[in-house]
Design a protein around this ligand. Structure first.
Ligand code: SF4
Ligand code: SF4
Length: 103
């Protein structure tokens, strides 16, 4: 599955993340993000579609719980459907704001 960097997973309630990247995946180094709209501490960037993850390049990243969070695509070549939806809504929202500013 191709992540479109929409940020949905990284703001989600109850997503399980690695806490200290230096320790990697260990039972005592996982934490549950419990706040709604609280961004993950590893998320970088400020706009859907342009977010990045500070630990995505780690060799163990694909084994983290958040790597499979919310992912439904079987093929590694398919774009994430949740991401497609979120980015479409984001573009619609930006267009609407732009149009209301022009009025
Ligand atoms: S670890 Fe990375 S991919 Fe996982 S929730 Fe945090 S920012 Fe998102
Ligand atoms: S919902 Fe999909 S595109 Fe968005 S951050 Fe999660 S995996 Fe990436």
């Amino acid at each position: 599955m191709r992540c479109l960097r929409c940020g949905y997973c990284c703001f989600s309630l109850f997503v399980v993340i690695v806490d200290d990247p230096a320790k990697g995946i260990a039972e005592d180094n996982l934490k549950v993000k419990i706040g709604t709209n609280e961004r993950c501490q590893h998320l970088r960037g400020s706009e859907p579609g342009k977010y990045s993850c500070a630990i995505h390049g780690e060799s163990w990243y694909c084994k983290t719980p958040c790597a499979s969070y919310g992912q439904t695509e079987a093929s590694p070549d398919s774009s994430c459907r949740i991401g497609e939806f979120v980015l479409k809504k984001h573009e619609e929202h930006k267009k609407m704001l732009h149009e209301s500013e022009e009025r």
